[in-house]
Design a protein around this ligand. Structure first.
Ligand code: CA
Length: 401
């Protein structure tokens, strides 16, 4: 989901303070009737409003997903394993081949590296495979009515109605996620209004088109350009810190020139001077036991799109892998027994060859893989433990060829 402005975040937190009221279809329909006058006052025509709400009901799934959504914390290495899985890299390269022409045109026009645009596309919807199929008007009206995100829902709903009014999309095709994010790169309506582009020049800003992602990709590039993207510069580089490094300086708040970091003994992971990509900060996403980075201006630009360090690393690292870069040199402190990405892939390959279908190995130990782990442990006469760890891999290697 896209950047929320400071004002909007404030509005959200106020919305969150209200107690959700009992949800009924009748209550929802009464709310829709009531909100109509607000919409009309804000320039939405009666005809557009009535058409957009035809058949719209309280969406229980949206309510459920909204209440369930807690920022569940995952270790950064698990997050990055998923975000930059071999499958996603492979699909990214295939998308680059298929849409290379338009991506190069977009890169030229907006000055945003095509692999970065691709990486956002891959992170947000798996290159358009999962754009979401919830009617946006229904999702946002439900969020507005439900109360937990009333301000957000109302603001985004008004903007969504204006998008319909402008003729960019018909209401029945305006689909997206439960949280109101739309199209290939998941723009919320206010981001759409601010940044969406009609790249193919057909008069419509169509970020939803399954067959032609060019408007959506140009819109994403435009978002990055307007957020200050510096072309041909990395989000960050892996570095080595000197033994006597003062860790008070490992903060995104501390910015220094490459020359200054070099003076302080910081080197690239290959032992060279820090290259000049402008001022940067030392960033230790997993603390001093994990890989160290210097992150540059573009790291902050990615965060304007989605304000999380893990997301920015995911986009940057995925873009790098699509270009052919490898894993980071220093290992993550995964803890005893934990599997590295290559080992997770080995687990999945071995389970497949043992006849347990876990799908194409992707390094993501999800429910399907864990089902297979439990099934094969049971077949060995063991107590299944839902654990794909070093002990399991060793056993698996011993028993499966
Ligand atoms: Ca268009």
């Amino acid at each position: 989901m896209k950047l929320l402005s400071a004002a909007l975040i404030l509005a959200l937190s106020f919305g969150g303070m209200q107690t959700a009221h009992a949800q009924t279809e009748a209550g929802f329909q009464a709310w829709v009737k009531q909100f109509r006058s607000t919409a009309l006052k804000n320039g939405v025509s009666a005809r557009v409003y009535d058409r957009a709400f035809r058949g719209v009901k309280l969406n229980e799934r949206v309510v459920r997903l909204d209440r369930k959504q807690a920022e569940f914390s995952r270790e950064i290495w698990d997050y990055l394993d998923t975000a930059t899985s071999p499958k996603r890299v492979k699909n990214g390269r295939a998308a680059l081949k298929k849409h290379g022409n338009v991506l190069r045109q977009i890169e030229r026009k907006y000055g945003v590296d095509k692999e970065v645009v691709l990486a956002v596309w891959g992170m947000e919807t798996g290159y358009g495979a999962n754009m979401g199929n919830i009617n946006i008007v229904e999702a946002l009206a439900t969020l507005a009515y439900d109360g937990r995100r009333e301000k957000f829902g109302r603001q985004q709903l008004l903007q969504a109605l204006k998008i319909i009014q402008n003729g960019d999309i018909t209401p029945n095709r305006m689909n997206g996620s439960w949280a109101g994010a739309m199209g290939h790169t998941q723009f919320i309506p206010t981001s759409y209004e601010a940044f969406a582009q009609d790249f193919d020049g057909d008069g419509k800003r169509n970020v939803w088109d399954e067959n032609d992602p060019s408007d959506a990709l140009a819109s994403t590039a435009n978002y990055f350009k307007r957020s200050g993207w510096v072309q041909n510069q990395p989000w960050g580089i892996e570095v080595k810190l000197p033994k006597d490094f003062y860790h008070g300086n490992a903060s995104l708040k501390v910015k220094a020139t490459p020359a200054r970091w070099t003076e302080l003994g910081v080197r690239t992971i290959n032992g060279n001077k820090i290259p000049n990509h402008g001022k940067g900060s030392v960033f230790l996403p997993a603390g001093s036991d994990g890989p160290a980075f210097i992150v540059f201006k573009n790291f902050g630009v990615i965060k304007r799109y989605n304000n999380a360090n893990s997301y920015a690393m995911g986009v940057g690292h995925l873009a790098g892998k699509i270009k052919g870069q490898g894993e980071f040199v220093k290992e993550w402190p995964r803890g005893p027994g934990a599997l590295k990405l290559a080992e997770k892939l080995a687990v999945q390959e071995l389970l497949n060859s043992a006849g347990y279908d876990v799908g194409e190995p992707d390094g993501i130990i999800g429910p399907k893989t864990l089902d297979a782990v439990n099934a094969i442990q049971a077949s060995w006469g063991q107590q299944p433990n839902s654990k794909a760890d070093q002990v399991f891999l060793k056993e698996l290697r011993k028993r499966v060829r």
